[in-house]
Design a protein around this ligand. Structure first.
Ligand code: FAD
Length: 400
């Protein structure tokens, strides 16, 4: 794709545009995503070569660079829209994930590492990060999970150690990270590592994968095949003090606390993508399965209502994340509900087509396989329910 939606340089806006109009503004991208969804689902498919949209230099800008690095934003209703707020992002990510959720995660752009850099980075680090991303389509990664430290991130063991007396201000990074999206194709990313014992002894560092000692290997997956889920091995990777995010902040703000605030802002977006898959499965069934029996119509109507309700919840979670990223209660509720709905809707849609549905309706088969990933991304269902219980006990519930 060589043409982008109409755009002109102008100042950022603070009021989010009407969701329906924002959705319409990215519709051509959603359709382009859908056009390659099955091709991208083949094992080994590479978004860098297969989908023309992600080659469009404009696309990463569409995914939300801060206004200072994006003089050419999307225009909706004659007003600039930088997709920098969570409320704007959930609308756009849902629609693009409707096209192909895996390609959405596999796309170039800031993604989670951008949210973290914005949360923790100093001015020079932000400049370095966003200048790289603004220059060309750039893939990024966010490496927190380890083979034995997933839900409990405080148990991570990847180590950041001083290089030695002869090399002050230099460090070495060693350990193993697992299930890291896009690491096999990334140009830049963040790695969480322990610099000292204890929960506040964790930091995040900016790393380019072309440094010596960095190896990323693709892991085979059943769903979300395009995302290049990887294992990352770090063997004495050189790190400079200027790579460590948040050194200008207190020890309690950087590291795991930074990761949690990042998750609170990212979970509504993951929820939106799950919702996109749920809507895609529902639309597929409604379009291709004619003459539903009364009981089937009833279930489809129930799912349609839950899609609408979950969309409201996701928007509310995004609004809360924009107001206070320290509170992830509603974000957890939205992510849990949307992940559940994606799985249920795609499962029911498959059932509507009877035996052989997976073979005869490969797109629906893909929606169902992709839907399973949302249970794990940005924390499992059990973790979301624990967050929700904690938030409830603290009185953090929606009042409208
Ligand atoms: C598609 C995909 C993309 C991903 N992308 C990334 C990425 O880019 N970067 C990254 O760092 N990670 C990524 N992950 C990893 C993801 O964050 C982890 O899978 C997730 O945090 C769970 O960790 P785990 O797999 O180690 O499971 P575990 O933490 O070992 O959990 C196993 C089971 O135990 C349950 N459980 C764990 N703790 C509790 C508890 N306290 N109470 C009750 N039940 C509990 C869980 O719900 C789960 O069912 C990705 C995963 C997937 C599937």
């Amino acid at each position: 794709m060589t043409t982008a939606p109409a755009r002109t340089p102008s100042a950022p806006t603070r009021t989010p545009p009407d969701p329906a109009r924002l959705r319409a503004a990215v519709e051509e991208y959603a359709l382009a995503f859908r056009a390659t969804a099955l091709a991208m689902d083949r094992p080994g498919a590479d978004p860098r070569t297969l989908n023309p949209v992600v080659h469009d230099a404009y696309f990463p800008v569409l995914l939300g660079l801060p206004p200072a690095y994006n003089p050419d934003p999307l225009i909706v209703d004659g007003r600039p829209c930088h997709l920098h707020s969570c409320v704007e992002r959930v609308v756009v990510y849902e629609r693009l994930a409707w096209g192909d959720a895996a390609l959405m995660v596999a796309a170039p752009g800031p993604s989670l590492s951008g949210v973290l850099t914005e949360e923790l980075g100093d001015d020079d680090q932000k400049e370095r990060y966003y200048t790289t991303l603004a220059a060309r389509p750039t893939w990024t990664f966010f490496a927190l999970t380890e083979p034995h430290a997933g839900s409990d991130a405080t148990a991570l063991t990847t180590a950041l150690t001083p290089a030695g007396a002869g090399d002050p201000g230099s460090y070495r990074l060693s350990g193993v990270k697992k299930y890291i999206g896009n690491a096999v194709r990334a140009d830049l990313g963040v790695v969480f590592a322990r610099i000292k014992p204890g929960p506040v002894g964790v930091v995040a560092v900016l790393v380019e994968p072309d440094r010596p000692g960095f190896t990323a290997t693709a892991l085979p997956t059943t769903g979300m095949r395009a995302i290049g889920l990887s294992e990352v091995r770090l063997a004495d990777v050189p790190v400079a003090a200027s790579d460590i995010l948040g050194m200008h902040l207190s020890a309690t703000r950087r590291g795991i606390v930074g990761a949690m605030r990042t998750f609170n802002r990212a979970r509504p977006v993951v929820a939106a993508m799950a919702l996109g898959v749920a809507q895609a499965a529902w639309d597929y069934a409604a379009t291709h399965r004619h003459a539903l029996r009364a009981a089937e119509s009833q279930v489809m109507e129930g799912l349609r209502r839950r899609l609408a309700g979950t969309r409201r919840l996701v928007l509310a979670a995004a609004g809360q994340a924009d107001r206070d990223p320290g509170d992830g209660t509603v974000a957890s509720a939205a992510k849990y509900r949307a992940a559940e709905l994606a799985l249920e809707t795609s499962e029911y849609a498959l059932r509507l087509f009877g035996p052989g549905a997976r073979l005869e309706h490969p797109l629906l088969d893909k929606f169902h396989r992709d839907a399973r990933a949302f249970e794990f991304m940005e924390g499992t269902g059990a973790v979301q329910r624990l967050n929700l219980a904690l938030g409830h006990r603290k009185g953090r519930i929606l009042d409208d």
